[in-house]
Design a protein around this ligand. Structure first.
Ligand code: F6P
Length: 329
């Protein structure tokens, strides 16, 4: 943490993949800032808007009627230019011109990496809010958007199971998670999936196949495999290919859930988490605690230095894997 600076004008932006609840976080940041008499600015399209000077002043009504909406009213982007010194220089000039002396960034670890570099170079106090459906950021039990995404996946998988059951089929469902298996793990357990394949664990495909062969022998033909898109063995297509080769009698289908997991109205939990984090982001900036990510752990707010938040991922305990194995037998 740097020494305390008086923050009077705060810019808020969403960056990286959108996540349901980002709007609730933006609303909380803007309204808490206004409550304290600060001037609040919305930066459009993440760091791209900062570089291109696409910045708008926000009033209380600018964030009316958005808490229930998915996506982000500030739009979002993954800016390559911001990772170049020249891009960050332009961004800083635009903030300086408006007197913006504090930033709240709602995004994932890539967005925090940008914030960290920026705050080191230009000494702008930054606060990160974990906004990602992947839940792959250390220092928080919740990320904004995860609960909604995982509930969307659960709803979809339940529906697919009806068809699997009606036709005695084996379904392979691919969920999002390029580097993280939380959506697969949680939605898989919640829907009673027979196998869950995640990037955090090396996939033992031989075990999956022998278990399916054994189930086939005892006429258990309805099986659900939930695979994270970033699994080391591959996604739904690859898993399906090998199953068809090794168990030709299996009636298999695949379903890739894709971006439906990113959109939609946030759940109550995501709205609450986002509101709480947004409120604490501003309080924290005002108290001089910055260059941290605001998280919630064991129902307490916690503040992880951005350096740590970008380095560590959440880990998946062996206990979870044991639960999957025991409950799916
Ligand atoms: O990080 C969130 C996420 O949805 C990942 O799970 C996924 O791999 C990625 O974003 C997809 O990004 P895009 O929308 O740019 O294709």
């Amino acid at each position: 943490m740097s020494e305390q600076k008086k923050v009077t004008r705060i810019g808020v932006l969403s960056s990286g993949g959108d996540a349901p609840g980002m709007n609730a976080a933006i609303r909380a940041v803007v309204r808490t800032g206004l409550y304290h008499g600060l001037e609040m600015f919305g930066i459009m399209r993440g760091y791209s808007g900062m570089i291109e000077d696409d910045i708008v002043e926000m009033e209380s009504r600018s964030v009316a009627n958005i808490i229930q909406r998915g996506g982000t009213v500030l739009k979002t982007a993954r800016s390559k230019e911001f990772f170049q010194p020249e891009g960050r220089k332009k961004a800083y000039a635009n903030l300086k011109k408006r007197g913006i002396n504090g930033l709240v960034i709602v995004g994932g670890d890539g967005s925090f990496r940008g914030a960290l570099k920026f705050s080191q170079e230009f000494d702008i106090p930054c606060i990160g809010l974990p906004g990602t459906i992947d839940k792959d950021i250390a220092g928080t039990d919740f990320t904004i958007g995860f609960d909604t995404a995982v509930n969307t996946a659960v709803e979809a998988i339940d529906k697919i199971r009806d068809t699997a059951d009606a036709h005695d089929r084996l379904f392979i469902i691919e969920v999002m998670g390029r580097d993280a298996g939380y959506i697969a793990l949680h939605s898989g357990i919640a829907t009673g999936a027979e196998h869950i394949l995640i990037p955090e664990r090396k996939t033992d495909i031989e075990y999956v196949i022998s278990s399916l062969q054994e189930k086939e022998k005892r006429k258990k033909l309805v099986n659900m495999i939930v695979v994270a898109e970033g699994d080391d063995f591959g996604g739904a297509e690859e898993v399906n290919k090998i199953i068809k080769e090794r168990i030709p009698a299996a009636d298999t289908r695949i379903c890739i859930l894709g971006h439906i997991q990113r959109g939609g109205s946030p759940t109550c939990l995501d709205r609450l988490v986002a509101s709480r984090m947004g409120y604490h982001a501003v309080e924290s900036l005002m108290k001089g605690r910055y260059n941290v990510m605001v998280g919630v752990m064991n129902n307490k707010m916690c503040y992880t230095p951005l350096e740590k938040a970008v380095k560590a991922k959440q880990t998946i305990s062996d206990e979870w894997m044991r639960i999957v194995k025991i409950l799916s037998s």
